[in-house]
Design a binder for this molecule. Structure first.
Ligand SMILES: [Zn+2]
Length: 642
């Protein structure tokens, strides 16, 4: 069998966050799972680098778009090894090969008559980088960006998407697993029950230059989606070559639900126009909410993959996201939930099973895999549990039901722990006549661990490798890396020597973890419902900011930095400010500044300061510069600032 899995190519207007990491871990796990099943596999990810938003972001930073995309794309590329993601190809839409193929496809589709030129007047959302229909608006605004789209009239090129509407509907009906889970298939069919508009696929260069030029009109660049979607083909050598022939017929795309429409409608109709077979499957997942609220920059709760790995370890992160999210639905992420999973499922259940079993083999069998004897009823039951777990694991993992697949695996972990308690190896060890039974029990435990090491390889590659090594296997030994061979019971050889490894999952102390997080970026909710790092209005109100007029200023002896200011706010007070290097006393006279009026008095160089002057801290030619804050119009000394 052959499989080809892709993630979306990520838009480089943002740095990698939990959402990107989840999609990529899912693709990596699926890819590794297929390899475990002996398939010939390919896994592609990459970055999407053209379009309005990129040009804007680059302009904001005052750099060329290419310089900007190089930097952000590198951040994605550097993130994946941190979460043990091993892709076969990382494609960039600024790659020369991709650009030239996009132009070839545009020309082909144009020559076929599927691209036409027209005047268009529509509602354009900058955030979406596309025209919206009236129907899509909520209260006149783009529901995703909460802004009213701009009315734009311009000449553009259009792709005859409508021509392929019926063909697409038929395809979806004939291939029930073309879009999964079913809710998204239904969403697409419902959308397709209305007449489909043609797709505007150009942007005039007068408005945007950062894109791929249309081969048939140099005054336009192509719409970012027409460019980006083609990566799935250009990354495997389309239109020719072994890779393209081998992998395109089995292509499976993985996306988050926000980009359903481009993948379920634009892309298949583009492929139809190109005369190519459609991809085989589209897998759609939901969103991660952080502590039950949407992850967003403005709330300040964006979770970065590198921080998670630093806090919890790669494998805990991978296990958590795969176990916690029912594929297709939204799920909730919190530090507490991840610590709970780590302590219970990983440290307690799996970690203990491993360490107890291995410790007993060392103690009672000299650290060597013993020879099993006759089989008891308990053993038969264990074998049934193993067989069932393996079957459910394989079934669910192959259809993106990772949470169920792992639940099946943990039913084996749970049963094996019970098997220890039931059989009491420590009691068997006290009775010489029960030596054979003891050996059987120990063997069965080790064999269960071997099977666990094998099935966990796609999910927690590092942990699986450690477990395998502890059992005396090289990482790539078929007994722990190939389902068909290793999935059979009784493969572990008696006489094999166990190896020492570090504990699989050192427990995370919840209090320690909280302490660590408190010293860090805002993320968690506090008891009063506020996100840490953000303050409630009441707290802001407790700071008394006022307008003050400077009536006198003088240098403080023996200090280069400090000025003694006399201000009216409206009462007269003295404030010591560290601005002597930035302002002369003379230029401050009569100026209005903003002060913190209810600050505890403090003595600085012998002078009592009754408040604090606010200033912006900036940098000019590499040197720090303070700029006093003031009000824009005439205010009365003592006016409250709020
Ligand atoms: Zn929008």
């Amino acid at each position: 069998m052959t499989t080809y899995i892709t993630t979306p190519i990520y838009y480089v207007n943002a740095q990698p966050h939990l959402g990107h990491a989840y999609t990529t871990v899912v693709a990596d796990t699926y890819n590794r799972f297929n390899r475990l099943c002996g398939h010939d596999t390919r896994f592609q990810t990459g970055t999407d680098e053209h379009g309005d938003k990129i040009a804007e972001a680059a302009a904001r930073e005052g750099v060329q778009p290419k310089e900007y995309v190089d930097r952000i794309s590198a951040m994605f590329r550097e993130t994946w090894p941190l979460i043990n993601v091993k892709h076969d190809n990382f494609i960039r839409t600024t790659d020369a090969n991709h650009i030239s193929l996009v132009q070839t496809v545009l020309q082909d589709v144009y020559d076929k008559g599927d691209i036409y030129f027209d005047v268009y007047s529509g509602l354009y959302c900058n955030g979406c980088e596309r025209f919206l229909t009236e129907k899509e608006l909520v209260d006149g605004k783009c529901p995703d960006h909460q802004v009213a789209p701009k009315q734009i009239t311009e000449q553009n090129y259009f792709f005859r998407m409508s021509r392929y509407q019926q063909q697409l509907v038929d395809h979806i009906h004939e291939h029930p697993d073309f879009i999964t889970p079913e809710r998204y298939r239904n969403e697409v069919l419902s959308f397709l029950s209305e007449p489909l508009d043609d797709l505007c696929i150009s942007r005039p260069k007068s408005r945007l230059t950062w894109g791929i030029e249309l081969p048939f009109d140099e005054n336009f660049v192509t719409y970012v989606w027409f460019d980006a979607l083609l990566n799935y083909l250009t990354g495997i050598g389309y239109p020719e070559g072994e890779m393209y022939r081998k992998y395109w017929p089995v292509a499976e795309h993985l996306i988050a639900k926000d980009i359903l429409k481009p993948h379920a409608i634009y892309w298949p109709t583009m492929l139809m126009s190109m005369g190519l077979p459609l991809y085989r499957k589209l897998h759609v997942h939901g969103y991660w909410n952080i502590d039950d609220s949407k992850m967003s920059k403005s709330i300040g709760n964006v979770v970065r993959p590198d921080e998670l790995v630093g806090d919890f370890g790669v494998d805990t992160f991978r296990y958590f996201v795969l176990r916690e999210m029912s594929f297709g639905l939204d799920a909730s992420f919190s530090n507490e939930a991840i610590v709970d999973r780590k302590n219970s499922d990983l440290a307690n259940d799996l970690g203990n099973l491993y360490s107890r079993s291995v410790a007993m083999v060392k103690k009672y069998a000299g650290g060597i895999v013993p020879e099993p004897g006759a089989t008891s009823d308990d053993d038969v039951e264990l074998l049934q549990v193993v067989a069932k777990a393996l079957e459910e694991y394989r079934e669910n993992m192959s259809v993106f039901q990772f949470s169920r697949g792992l639940t099946a695996v943990w039913s084996l972990v749970g049963y094996a722990n019970k098997y220890i308690v039931k059989n009491e190896p420590w009691s068997l060890a006290k009775d010489q006549t029960k030596k054979e039974r003891l050996n059987t029990v120990l063997y069965n435990l080790l064999e269960s661990l071997r099977i666990l090491a094998m099935v966990l390889k796609p999910v927690m590659p590092g942990t699986a490798a450690k477990m395998a090594q502890g059992l005396g296997y090289e990482e790539e030994n078929e007994m722990v890396s190939l389902f068909d061979t290793g999935g059979k019971w009784g493969q572990l050889r008696s006489g094999q020597l166990l190896m020492d490894i570090d504990p699989l999952f050192p427990r995370v102390d919840k209090k320690e973890q909280q302490k660590k997080n408190n010293g860090k970026k805002p993320k968690k909710e506090t008891a009063d419902g506020c996100v840490e790092g953000l303050i409630p209005f009441e707290q802001f109100q407790s700071v008394e900011l006022r307008v003050a007029e400077i009536t006198a200023a003088e240098k403080i002896a023996k200090s280069d930095r400090l000025l003694k200011l006399t201000v009216r706010a409206p009462e007269e007070r003295t404030i010591v400010a560290g601005i002597a290097e930035h302002y002369s006393p003379e230029e401050l006279l009569g100026k209005q500044v903003m002060i913190v009026a209810n600050m505890k008095p403090a003595k600085l160089m012998g002078v009592i300061s009754q408040g604090m002057v606010l200033a912006a801290r900036t940098e000019v030619e590499g040197k720090e510069k303070l700029i006093l804050s003031t009000v824009m119009g005439e205010a009365q000394p003592g006016d409250r600032v709020a």
